[in-house]
Design a binder for this molecule. Structure first.
Ligand code: CFM
Length: 479
């Protein structure tokens, strides 16, 4: 099975597979093994992937609310990594400001180290309340060989607070996924364990791999707290630098996004022996399981059952209402990574079926989880390009497309109901109460009156007929 748009890109066959009858895997290149993932994009392929800097600055480091977020590079790198992801916190310093060393041509010729040092000192002077300076390297400054690590060390002595240098130059790795890895390693190496607080940490957890997109934490933190647990550190939604520094004190790491943040949990396990559990905080079954697994670790099973029962009673009538309206619909989910597999079960709980599942930068373990959960006849695709997405929407005709802002207008132009799964339409979507929001947004998208209007009244634009004023007649009503 191949897409027509890929006739000139035969390599794409290895990134596409169908779940055949009997559960076998049928790959686009005719073989039967799993699809190829986390590999370099073929030249000429219109990928939607981001770079390593985007994964580090935009995803892992960027949400830290009281650090100066400083890009060492051309100003455009700072602009395009700022303000596009609603990783909210209880303050907005990290959302409001971005900093950049603003490398110009002469700096590229003569080196930018002095300018970087100046930028750090100046930013810190303007915002002395910041707890640290995070410096992100870019392609340009890496290629000219600026020693940002050394500058960070010098700056640290001058300003007297941590200056964390991320070696996340854009060209490293094949996607933003490498940036997550660099972000995890750098924060672990430079911050975690640098403060040793006293106290009893026996009933504490870290929530690892949640970024508080549109206030997701409001949907699940109170549930863990109701168990009697204290959340020490969030990695990295709504987190402060000092909380990252004491992250090693928690008794358990609860890992939500298992693409962008398992690295730090693994390193904590190796160095501090911190145990970890993998959870999904979306959907009824998964959220309940997350509470049960966390509770089991602390011997709080009875409390967990009580909380789950109480919370489900609150949402069940609403879920039943939406299930009636959503059941039987088919969905194409395309997210960056694990959200795609996190949501297959949630959609089933609402009576919907995932017929196509794709990720931008998933690894083999993500695709194994997707493949396990999709039904026979469903398709999975790695790093889909824009013409492929168009072909899926027009040929496979899902009832609903759950994706991100990059695909939103394509979906609308092709008349496919759409929900924004990355930054949420009106979110938050996690936890029990978030699932009601998610279901409501899907219902709104699917049953918006515009679809009926389009079906009944829209006409395709005629090829070459223009009115006297030069406007095409295509969208006028012909009576
Ligand atoms: Fe993890 Fe994320 Fe995701 Fe991700 Fe992202 Fe995101 Fe995502 Mo957009 S950290 S891998 S790099 S769950 S920004 S909050 S929604 S692509 S599937």
């Amino acid at each position: 099975m191949q897409f027509k748009c890929n006739e000139t890109l035969p390599e794409r066959g290895t990134h596409i597979a169908l779940k055949a009858a009997g559960g076998g895997c049928q790959r686009g290149d005719g073989t039967s093994c799993g699809i190829v993932s986390n590999s370099a994009t073929t030249p000429g392929d219109m990928t939607e992937r981001g770079c390593t800097y985007a994964g580090c600055r935009g995803v892992v480091g960027g949400p830290v609310k009281d650090a100066i977020q400083l890009t060492h590079g051309p100003i455009g790198c700072a602009f395009f990594s700022w303000g596009y992801r609603p990783h909210l916190a209880d303050t907005d310093f990290h959302m409001k400001y971005t900093f950049v060393s603003d490398m110009k041509e002469t700096n590229i010729v003569f080196g930018g180290e002095k300018k970087l040092l100046q930028s750090i000192i100046e930013a810190n002077r303007e915002f002395p309340e910041a707890k640290a300076v995070f410096v992100y390297n870019t392609c340009a400054t890496a290629l000219i060989g600026d020693d940002g690590r050394d500058v960070a060390k010098q700056a640290e002595e001058i300003i007297g607070k941590p200056v964390v240098f991320f070696e996340c130059e854009g060209f490293k790795g094949v996607s933003q996924s490498m940036g997550h890895h660099v972000g995890n390693e750098t924060i672990f190496r430079q911050l975690v364990g640098s403060i040793e607080p006293e106290g009893d940490f026996s009933r504490t957890i870290n929530i690892v791999g949640d970024y508080n997109i549109k206030n997701d934490i409001r949907t699940f933190e109170y549930l863990f707290e109701a168990l009697g647990l204290k959340i020490i550190t969030r990695f990295t939604g709504n987190v402060g630098v000092d909380e990252l520094r004491i992250m090693h004190k928690a008794a358990l790491n609860v890992i939500h996004c298992q693409r962008s943040a398992t690295y730090i949990a693994d390193m904590m396990h190796d160095k501090y022996g911190t145990p970890a559990i993998n959870v999904t905080l979306w959907g009824i079954k998964h959220m309940s399981q997350a509470l049960r697994d966390t509770a089991k670790f602390f011997g709080l099973e009875a409390e967990a059952e009580e909380i789950i029962e109480r919370e489900l009673a609150k949402i069940q009538p609403k879920i039943d209402y939406y299930r009636e309206r959503l059941k039987g619909k088919t969905v194409f989910i395309y997210q960056g990574g694990p959200r795609t597999w996190h949501w297959i079960e949630l959609l089933r709980e609402l009576g919907m079926e995932t017929m196509t599942a794709a990720t931008t930068f998933g690894h083999d373990d993500d695709y194994e989880k997707i493949f396990e959960q999709i039904s026979e006849g469903a398709m999975m695709i790695d790093n889909p390009n824009v013409p492929e997405i168009e072909e899926i929407l027009t040929k496979r005709r899902p009832d609903l497309f759950i994706s991100g802002n990059k695909e939103k207008y394509l979906a609308y132009k092709l008349g496919v109901p759409f929900v924004n799964g990355h930054t949420y339409d009106t979110g938050p979507y996690a936890g029990f109460i978030g699932m009601v929001n998610f279901a409501r947004d899907m219902d709104k998208a699917l049953h918006a009156p515009i679809w009926g209007t389009l079906r009944n009244r829209a006409r395709p634009a005629p090829a070459a007929h223009h009115s006297a004023h030069g406007f095409a007649h295509g969208f006028e009503e012909a009576d």
